[in-house]
Design a protein around this ligand. Structure first.
Ligand code: RUQ
Ligand code: CUA
Ligand code: CA
Length: 631
């Protein structure tokens, strides 16, 4: 397909031009519709569907899509939601949409004692010491393109970090502060076997960012950072022209894709939306590894940085390390189909998706010749996910809809035709991401889809000027009946993305294996206090309903280190060791050992108490910290 338009044919509207590029760059006809869809959402909810098949679109569930999980029964899927500015990950059951657990990552969290024991406190400090993060993209590790339940990786867009969550215990065990990135947006991995984790750098900055080139944006760059999933150390960076945004991997280890909305290399919104076309960067991983092996890099902040910009000699050799595929203005999401055939990018300011064929990409001279389809899907397309029946589902931010379309039909139809569109369903409102069961793996299930809507407007009781977001569950398992909206889930702002994984692929432990922990456990009967030169080391157990020592007496100014093991062996008996006036709350689950160190700088009596309601005598589970004043 070589006759695709190379420029955007849309006419910018004049009146909207100064407000929002989403509106400025869309066709006049569609703009009128967009104005209606967003300006009068309340009135028009349920009436914006273009291919109206069912006047009841958007109303409550009926029939086939049984999402009811009765009390006492378990869900079929885990959904890992990013927690946005909370810095956490949230775990839901699907299809019930019950909230099961929260996993603190970049935040402090009392219930899990996260950030309050020595190990997690040091991990957060070593990762920059920031008190918050902005989690957007949760991705579960895979082996042979299937979820393997080892790890979940997430980004921190705010502070340029990646974190690893161990899915054996559902807890964060490593964070890396990427030295050459600001605004780590995508968090993805190289498939089929999670060889690298990628931080996808969105904000362009000088390299290194040490005060040079402050006001010379042409000298700024974005990098893709590859991190080893085992060590969580950076392996290499690839710097690019333009910037990077969302990413996804091919299935055979060769390609990794990212969208770039700032081909203009601008620093203002107006500059970043000037060009009719931006691009998708396609990273050829074996070629990049070869450049690394050959020493074709410059080391910056301890990381080998390989030059993948358009003018790089490495891109003008026989096998370019990065290919730039032109796509219409300000693309956002890009994902690879479950069979690994295509990468599909969403236009954002254009109403199309662009389909690239991965095998072609390695063969063609001009990367644009790898574009094999460009269906018109609706306004503000952001992200695309898949079922196992050849369908793509794209979120339409401006239209407040999810569009279902046929991938092969889109390849066969003319560019910008709507022929491939099967159905649209209204969502409430303005979806960002969407996700479908197992969509990132080669084994999608094609039953449930979650639309993560940025606005909830009139859907819930008002709770003040800050609204919940609305994560809506949609049944997609019946191609004849079409998509069915079955559930609204108000959520604290703001999950960006979610990964839905079948429960067979996740196997957490419910009691710790002490061999997995760094600290030597304290055994029952081995409680011990040692003192030496102003340093007090306490090793004690905790269990229903006591700590190993009734009193711990120290001198003002002592450095106190308490190591405590929960020696319970039965599931679900959690204790904590709270010393509130010393800002301490260390949680221990069965067979877990944690350590906390502090300076006893306030003389007095301080109750040590268990902050988990662990038994009938939980309130009595207390000891005293006695800090004797210096005389
Ligand atoms: S991005 S709403 Cu942070 Cu995933 Cu697209
Ligand atoms: Cu232990 Cu309450
Ligand atoms: Ca642009």
């Amino acid at each position: 397909m070589t006759d695709l338009p190379t420029t955007d044919t849309t006419e910018p509207t004049t009146d909207a031009d100064d407000r929002d590029p989403l509106f400025a760059r869309i066709p006049r006809r569609d703009f009128m519709k967009a104005g209606a869809a967003t300006g009068a959402l309340t009135a028009l909810a349920g009436c914006t569907s273009m291919l109206e098949s069912d006047g009841d679109n958007g109303t409550a569930a009926a029939g086939s899509a049984d999402h009811h999980v009765p009390p006492g029964e378990l869900d079929e899927y885990y959904a890992f939601f990013s927690g946005g500015h909370s810095g956490e990950v949230r775990v839901y059951g699907v299809p019930s949409m019950r909230s099961l657990m929260r996993i603190p990552v970049f935040n402090l969290e009392g219930a899990r004692g996260y950030g309050y024991d020595d190990e997690t406190r040091e991990m957060l400090e070593d990762a920059g010491g920031y008190t918050w993060g902005d989690v957007h993209h949760p991705r579960v590790s895979q082996t042979d393109n299937e979820y393997d339940g080892r790890w979940l990786f997430v980004n921190d867009k705010a502070n340029g970090r990646l974190a690893r969550i161990c899915l054996k215990y559902f807890e964060t065990d490593a964070i890396v502060d990427l030295p050459n990135q600001q605004g780590t947006h995508g968090a993805c991995a190289l498939m089929p076997d999670t060889k690298y984790i990628f931080g996808v750098g969105e904000f362009r900055v000088p390299m290194p960012n040490d005060g040079r080139d402050l006001d010379d944006p042409s000298a700024y760059t974005s990098v893709l950072s590859a991190v080893d999933p085992e060590t969580m150390n950076p392996v290499f960076d690839v710097k690019v022209s333009g910037n990077l945004d969302n990413g996804d991997s091919g299935k055979n280890g060769r390609w990794f894709f990212s969208t770039s909305y700032n081909s203009e290399e601008g620093v203002t919104e107006r500059e970043m939306t000037q060009a009719d076309m931006d691009w998708v960067t396609a990273f050829d991983m074996p070629a990049i590894e070869e450049a690394l092996d050959n020493g074709d890099y410059e080391e910056i902040n301890g990381v080998p940085v390989i030059d993948g910009t358009k003018d790089s000699p490495l891109n003008n050799a026989d096998r370019p390390i990065v290919r730039y595929v032109d796509v219409p203005s300000n693309p956002h999401g890009v994902t690879v189909t479950p069979d690994g055939t295509y990468a599909i990018a969403s236009g954002k300011l254009d109403n199309t998706c662009t389909i690239m064929e991965l095998d072609l990409l390695g063969e063609v001279g001009d990367p644009n010749d790898a574009i094999v389809g460009q269906p018109q899907v609706g306004m503000g397309p952001l992200h695309t996910r898949y079922d196992e029946r050849g369908h793509a589902y794209t979120s339409l931010f401006v239209d407040s809809q999810i569009v279902k379309w046929d991938i092969e039909a889109a390849v066969e139809s003319e560019p910008r035709s709507e022929d491939a569109v099967i159905e649209k369903i209204d969502v409430h409102y303005n979806p960002g991401h969407l996700n479908a069961s197992q969509s990132f793996s080669s084994d999608p299930k094609g039953d449930w889809l979650i639309s993560l809507n940025k606005q909830s407007l009139d859907r819930f009781l008002p709770v003040g000027p800050t609204f919940p977001v609305n994560d809506q569950l949609i049944y997609i398992g019946d191609d004849e009946e079409g998509m069915e909206l079955v559930k609204d889930t108000p959520t604290y702002p703001e999950p960006h993305d979610a990964t839905i994984v079948h429960r067979d692929n996740i196997n957490p432990e419910t009691v710790y294996d002490p061999d997995d922990l760094a600290l030597e456990p304290v055994a029952g009967g081995e409680d011990d206090i040692t003192r030496e030169d102003g340093r007090v080391e306490v090793r004690m157990i905790n269990q229903r309903n006591q700590f190993g020592f009734q009193d711990i007496t120290v001198q003002e100014g002592d450095e106190v280190e308490i190591t405590t093991t929960n020696i319970e062996t039965s599931e679900n008996i959690v204790h904590s060791l709270a010393i509130p006036q010393y800002d301490i709350n260390v949680k221990t689950a069965p067979q877990e050992t944690r350590k906390v160190t502090f300076t006893a700088d306030k003389p007095g009596v301080y109750w040590i108490y268990c902050a988990y309601f662990c038994s009938a005598l939980h309130l009595e589970m207390r000891s005293r910290l006695l800090v004797e004043p210096e005389d």
